[in-house]
Design a protein around this ligand. Structure first.
Ligand code: PLP
Length: 416
């Protein structure tokens, strides 16, 4: 990566050793473990430094040049730069860099285009969609009339004919494509055609694949969608935050939905970190990084298949895969807990049509963005897949060996 992060923990320790000790334990966990959570990554020291800066002191409600507070001349420049970089990186007409998170970005779009009771269509949570795409547990599911599409439960693949049929029947005002747990490429052109056929605004939530899109390792939704939302902290490897890209005609609506619609003051320290992240993502080595994420995912998928796991859709086109654990006779919850004990971190995940409760699940989700950031390659992917297999088959008998392999890999590929 790009050097070492500043010694924030040491600095905090001077005043608050209790908090510093907790931060330190988390840092140690990150350094000494293998991170396979598909939505996580390791931000660069420059991104982390921008986040931990004096910019947090500034209130700047409004947009650059149109603020409700004085003293915004420097954060205006910074936010304008961040907007420009976002537009350049993704080839978008307009950008709002203020959403505090991916969920905020999605709710802002929904507020901009829907009235309570209007129809929203997205992928169901149980099949890989996100909470904000209309889950009954989320505001989106409570305020809007939600119709969901699933993946085909046999193949695990998106069934575009089913999406078209549901859209024609229900005429959603907003159609959402994008997922938290879909291992294959999504064809945004087909989704756009469907949205146009039924007169829906078409939004893509590219949170998981934003880095792959920036690096050219996944089709970009930007030419096809009216609105694109994303987080900035997953494959894009920036600070924890959100971003909305849109066509010029929607910019005003989007800007006012973010502020004053759902947020107050923007987090200028996070916006600075987003600007740094976008610059990093424009570099040649970021392209290589994103292609390596996908290569590593393919090797990991082969390794898991060799270990006897069943993979939803049989493999992966992106940074993640979903393993169906039923042939191994173990739940997602149990395997997640066992792997945690062996210093391998991932999450239990429902598989399409999962008979198990969401708190238990029959699957796990495995992602390669973070391990690729540490520089790991094919050999490590194979060893990690073996460790997951050993842990699933014989946890007690193999725990020492697995922990030793994890320690060896982490030593060879230090974090920062
Ligand atoms: N959209 C998708 C597809 C996601 O996977 C996630 C988070 O995992 C979000 C939105 C929400 O992002 P955040 O956690 O920043 O609110």
């Amino acid at each position: 990566m790009y050097g070492k992060p500043l010694d924030a923990i040491g600095f905090v320790k001077e005043f608050d050793p209790i908090v510093a000790e907790m931060m330190d334990r988390e840092f140690t966990r990150q350094k000494e473990g293998i991170e396979l959570i598909a939505s996580e990554n390791f931000a660069s020291p420059a991104v982390i430094a921008a986040m931990g800066s004096v910019l947090t002191n500034k209130y700047a409600e409004g947009l650059p040049g149109k603020r409700y507070y004085g003293g915004c001349q420097f954060v205006d420049e910074l936010e304008a730069l961040c907007i420009d970089r976002a537009k350049t990186l993704f080839g978008a007409e307009c950008a709002n860099v203020q959403p505090h998170s991916g969920a905020q970005a999605n709710l802002a779009v929904e507020l901009a285009f829907l009235q309570p009771g209007d129809t929203l269509m997205g992928m169901s949570l149980a099949n890989g969609g996100h909470l904000t795409h209309g889950s009954p547990a989320n505001l989106s599911g409570k305020y809007y009339n939600v119709v969901s599409y699933d993946v085909d439960h046999e193949t695990g693949l998106l069934d575009y004919d089913q999406v078209r049929d549901i859209a024609k029947k229900n005429k959603p005002k907003l159609l959402i494509a994008g997922a938290s747990a879909y291992p294959r490429a999504i064809d945004f052109q087909i989704f756009a055609d469907i949205a146009h056929e039924v007169g829906a605004v078409f939004m893509v939530d590219m949170a998981h694949i934003a880095g792959l899109v920036a690096g050219g390792a996944h089709m970009s939704p930007v030419p096809y969608a009216d609105i694109v939302t994303t987080t900035t902290h997953k494959t894009l490897r920036g600070p924890r935050g959100g971003l909305i890209l849109c066509k010029e005609e929607f910019a005003k609506k989007i800007n006012s939905a973010v502020f004053p619609g759902i947020q107050g003051g923007p987090l200028e320290h996070i916006i600075a970190a987003k600007a740094v992240c976008f610059r990093e993502a424009m570099q040649e080595d970021f392209k290589t990084y994103t292609h390596n994420i996908v290569k590593n995912a393919k090797v990991m998928a082969e390794g898991l298949l060799e270990e006897g796991f069943d993979l939803v859709t049989g493999g992966t086109d992106n940074h993640l895969m979903l393993a169906d654990l039923r042939p191994m006779g173990i739940s997602g919850m149990e395997l997640q807990t066992r792997l945690d004990a062996n210093h391998i971190t991932l999450n239990k995940n429902a598989i399409p049509g999962d008979p198990a409760k969401p708190s238990v699940t029959s699957g796990i989700r495995v992602g390669t963005a973070a391990v690729t950031t540490r520089g790991m390659g094919a050999e490590e992917m194979r060893r990690i897949a073996q460790c997951i297999g050993m842990t699933a088959r014989d946890f007690e008998g193999t725990a020492d060996e697995v922990k030793a392999i994890v320690a060896d890999i982490c030593k060879k590929f230090p974090l920062y």
